[in-house]
Write a protein that binds this ligand. Structure first.
Ligand code: S3P
Length: 450
């Protein structure tokens, strides 16, 4: 959805205790991958718990454009009749991935070794994000690309007619880049090798194995080495999408800062490549417990219980943890404002090329709300004021970024004066029920006023 809709101002203010059960939607990363891998199988893949946010719906539309039959069966259940590895048809029109970097990069990878041409675009945020990080490795397979200056969308990819496998060391910690290369490797004969120096979320590897691809992972001196054998016949199957830890972060963090709160967030995936925020919060002294720990669909899952935690302390977040909580730094910076002392976040250069420059967006909004923030190219530090001392009172720019909008809404729930965002409409990209779910817990979120 590249033509951005009318801005929707939002405001949140202090409220009584948050209480109850917060059932957050399906995991965004796994939802995109289920649709794409389903489209690359012959036969029917069924998906339950799919996140029906704008980002994923744009990927569903794209898979239809490449020839798969994608149906919404209702209640979060979807069906995909795929076209097989290498079977993508050439789309008639431009593929619009809306706000989604994951959508566009994974889809570019999946079509780059098919003998077809496709043109991609997105909204103003996505069209400003770097794509050379994906098109550079796709060129190794024989795909060509032409885009705007600086490797920006809109961009056309001409898929390789006779793809060759690639050997690629990912230069930035990015699961999107790693996944684009692996998806391209599916239709290249022989072995594609991807090496990542830092482990990033591993859903693509796990799901490829689940869909029947031959894939191995080894720790080597250069890093985590993934080897994929190309041109497998993927097995259509049922995928149950777990609930998204990145969405769970919002009700969890709200409960930690709103006095008297006690919130249960059930069924959250605690895959170590995603759970860094929860480890960090516990180190800060959050009353956050894992209940009913279990394995579901091969992933560790637990019910998270978060209670008001007035004694949290600022910490130095280890840079080695960055990849496992990369989407959670904005809301962590809100928690840091309510903690005592400084929270230092290093090794987070990638935050500058997300849906917005997330360090800039959060630093500006936090400062406007009375919180001191220091920043450098790849680090930032929030100087916590402690519970009860966060002024609030300002309206922040969400910069077309769902996680920035939601983070400021959480800030307003415990600051001394209400906090606004100029545009909360991007929230529907990942968490369409955010406002109603937070209100059901007892939060005060008002839409359409400033
Ligand atoms: C994602 C990877 C991350 C993350 C994004 C989802 C994925 O991006 O920020 O929200 O599903 O692979 P990078 O891989 O670019 O770090």
């Amino acid at each position: 959805m590249s033509s951005h809709t009318t801005p929707v101002p939002m405001m949140s203010s202090a409220c009584g205790p948050l209480a109850g059960v917060a059932e957050v939607p399906g995991d965004k990363s796994i939802s995109h991958r289920s649709l794409i891998l389903g489209a690359m199988c012959i036969g029917e893949t069924t998906i339950s718990g799919l996140l029906e946010g704008d980002d994923v719906l744009d990927t569903a539309k794209a898979m239809r454009a490449f020839g798969a039959e994608v149906s919404n069966l209702g209640g979060g259940n979807w069906s995909v009749h795929g076209v097989g590895v290498g079977g993508f048809a050439e789309p008639d029109g431009v593929i619009d991935c809306g706000n989604s970097g994951t959508g566009v990069r994974l889809i570019m990878g999946s079509m780059a070794t098919c003998p077809i041409t496709a043109t991609f675009t997105g909204d103003a945020s996505l069209n400003g994000r770097p794509m050379a990080r994906v098109t550079d490795p796709l060129a190794l397979f024989g795909a060509q690309s032409v885009g705007r200056k600086g490797g920006r969308l809109p961009m056309t990819i001409v898929g390789a007619v006779d793809p060759v496998p690639a050997h690629y060391i990912v230069p930035v910690p990015s699961a999107q880049v790693k996944s684009a290369v692996l998806l391209a490797g599916l239709n290249a004969p022989g072995k594609t090798v991807v090496i990542e120096a830092e482990a990033t979320r591993d859903h693509t590897e796990r799901m490829l194995a689940g869909f029947g691809a031959e894939i191995t992972v080894e720790d080597t001196e250069e890093g985590r080495m993934i080897t994929l054998t190309g041109q497998p016949e993927l097995r259509a199957q049922h995928v149950e999408v777990p609930r998204d830890p990145s969405s769970a972060a919002f009700p969890v963090c709200a409960a930690l800062i709103v006095p008297g709160s006690d919130v249960l967030v059930p069924g959250i995936g605690l895959n170590p490549t995603r759970a860094g925020l929860f480890t960090t919060l516990r180190e800060m002294g959050a009353d956050l417990t894992y209940e009913n720990e279990r394995i579901e669909g091969g992933e560790p899952v637990a019910d998270l219980r978060a209670k008001f935690s007035p004694q949290m302390k600022g910490i130095d977040v280890p840079p080695t943890r960055a990849a496992s909580m990369i989407d959670e730094y904005p809301v962590l910076s809100v928690i840091a404002a309510f903690a005592e002392g400084q929270t230092m976040m290093r090794g987070v250069k990638e935050l500058r090329v997300k849906e917005s420059d997330r360090i800039d967006a959060m630093a500006k909004g936090l400062r406007a709300n009375g919180i001191e923030v220091d920043e450098g190219p790849d680090w930032w530090a929030v100087n916590g004021l402690g519970h009860g001392n966060v002024p609030g009172g300002a309206t922040c720019a969400s910069q077309l970024d769902h996680r920035i909008a939601m983070s400021f809404m959480i800030l307003g729930m415990a600051s001394n004066a209400p906090v606004g965002v100029d545009d909360g409409s991007p929230i529907t990209t990942s968490f369409p029920i955010f406002e109603s779910l937070m209100e059901q817990l007892g939060a005060k979120v008002i839409k359409g006023v400033l």
